[in-house]
Ligand binder design. Structure first.
Ligand code: UDX
Ligand code: ADP
Length: 459
């Protein structure tokens, strides 16, 4: 079959895999190839066991795979045949040298740019979709134009992805906006129109925003920083509520009714996680510092510091309420994913909470419907000090306490009477997600400690 356009996506992770599956479904006349250096990942994309869990994704992949969506490790061939190349490789925070702990590690992006340069023998539009700091496009552009070979022309476009894990399919099918940043030159405008043409298959024109490359890159970081800031803000208030006897859920509802504030992202939690929030804020901090805007940097860094404090307070409250001693006590952590609806544990609050509990010498057991494999990797250094089970009933059997850290739907519908019967007394539930009916649990016999609210205990 001949295709109108050929698109290559480099990087078969959450962003690359999910967004290209949507492209393929919405644009049947485009050939979409997703390439990765990781053979295992590509094999998984080509199997019935996709490498990531995202509701609804498997059905879409099954529908378009082999028709106009292809997964391969042959990046060179993909570069040669494609008109448009999306870069969706990971950009972790640097762990070494200048900017360690804050700046993005751009080695993956740079490798990709060099690879494109090596194999491209016709003009390409190169689109950055990974979250990368402002001015990365400039760096990519410099590498791509470094050969001095004027025959092959590259246009760099920034098209950040705003999908949220667990609802990625809906986010991509019905986006709030699509952001396209291009250079303000005739070639840049032409590239912009090519990207608009893709999204116009299903996104209304007024939702497609076009900006300069820099504004687009910065907007992605700022969007995540603002979202994370809301979570840290409500979490800071949840601590004040716990100290003063107010109810953080009531406060969130009351302020959320104000149209200017809005009701979303006001759920107190044991701490935000996910691959983006912390990384993006730290990038923002690094950029601000590198322009000597230290107050700006400190302002945004406090959002991350508040998040660390929240995790610490969650564990300290557990220890305090359990008579200042959890040594040898079996504690069941319900949930390990950074939020429900995903198996992803990157930066999950559960990681630090688990480590702190282990350091307090608790006998920790972890349960999660989707994230156990990742949890085992995250806690590999604590082998022998923590156990894992997919069954929440088994996890809570013989436990002194349950701590709900990920608000999975299934945790709402467990038989807590049955669970209570198998637990040590006094039995505690620390509901970090406020997903259970505290009153009903108290009536069963539990001591209930919801987040951001007063505890229901029998003394
Ligand atoms: C985020 C952005 O939402 C998305 O636009 C961007 O593309 C990637 O980063 P994601 O990390 O998948 O998406 O999850 P999100 O739903 O934003 O949640 C992030 C964290 O904040 C989770 O740990 C979640 O539990 C927490 N959170 C969210 C709260 O604690 N309270 C809230 O009210 C909302
Ligand atoms: P994200 O959540 O941003 O999609 P992931 O870590 O899930 O991030 O996926 C990024 C993918 O990019 C991984 O599958 C990784 O193997 C791939 N990758 C990293 N560097 C390269 C590269 N130089 N060429 C091709 N793929 C790469």
């Amino acid at each position: 079959m001949s295709f109108n356009k050929k698109i290559l996506c480099i990087g078969a992770g959450y962003v690359g895999g999910s967004s290209m599956a949507i492209f393929a479904r919405k644009c049947p006349e485009y050939k979409i190839t997703v390439a990765d250096i990781n053979q295992e990942r590509i094999d998984a994309w080509n199997s019935d066991n996709l490498p990531i869990y995202e509701p609804g994704l498997y059905e879409i992949v099954k529908e378009v795979r082999g028709k106009n969506l292809f997964f391969t490790i042959d990046i060179a061939a993909g570069v040669k045949e494609s008109d448009i190349i999306f870069v969706c490789v990971n950009t972790p925070t640097k762990t070494f040298g200048a900017g360690a702990g804050k700046a993005a590690d751009l080695q993956y992006i740079e490798k990709v740019a060099r690879l494109i340069l090596k194999h491209a023998d016709s003009d390409k539009i190169v689109v950055e979709k990974s979250t990368i700091p402002v001015k990365t496009a400039e760096a990519i552009s410099e590498i791509l134009h470094s050969s001095g070979d004027k025959k092959v022309k590259f246009q760099i476009v920034s098209n950040p992805e705003f999908l949220s894990e667990g609802s990625a399919i809906n986010d991509m099918e019905n986006p709030d906006r699509v952001l396209i940043g291009t250079e303000e030159t005739p070639e840049g405008e032409k590239a912009r129109d090519e990207i608009i043409a893709i999204y116009s298959h299903w996104v209304q024109k007024d939702k497609i925003i076009t900006t300069s490359v820099w504004s687009s890159e910065l907007s992605k970081l700022v969007a995540n920083a603002f979202l994370a800031q809301r979570v840290s803000s409500i979490n800071s208030i949840s601590l004040l509520c716990e100290a003063t006897g107010a109810n953080a859920l009531e406060v969130a509802r009351a302020i959320g009714k104000d149209n200017r504030i809005g009701a979303k992202f006001l759920k107190p939690s044991p701490g935000f996680g996910g691959s983006c929030f912390k990384k993006d804020i730290l990038n923002l901090v690094y950029i601000a510092q590198s322009y000597n805007l230290n107050e700006v940097a400190d302002y945004w860094e406090s959002v991350v510091l508040m998040n660390e404090y929240q995790k610490d307070c969650f564990v300290k409250r557990m220890v305090r309420i359990m008579f200042n001693n959890i040594t040898g006590k079996r504690i069941a952590l319900f949930g390990f994913a950074f939020k429900s609806g995903t198996g992803d544990t990157r930066e999950s609050a559960a990681i630090d909470i688990a480590k702190k509990l282990i350091e307090e010498k608790a006998d920790l057991v972890i349960t999660d419907p989707k994230a156990l494999a990742n949890a085992k990797e995250d806690l590999a250094e604590y082998k022998g000090k923590v156990s894992f089970t997919a069954d929440p009933y088994q996890a809570s059997c013989g436990a002194h306490a349950i701590a709900i850290v990920t608000g999975w739907e299934e945790y709402k519908n467990l038989d807590y009477k049955k669970i209570y019967e198998t637990m040590e007394r006094p039995a505690f539930i620390f509901d970090g997600c406020n997903c259970l009916d505290s009153g009903a649990l108290y009536d069963i016999g539990f001591n209930v400690v919801p987040l951001g609210r007063g505890e229901l205990v029998r003394w």
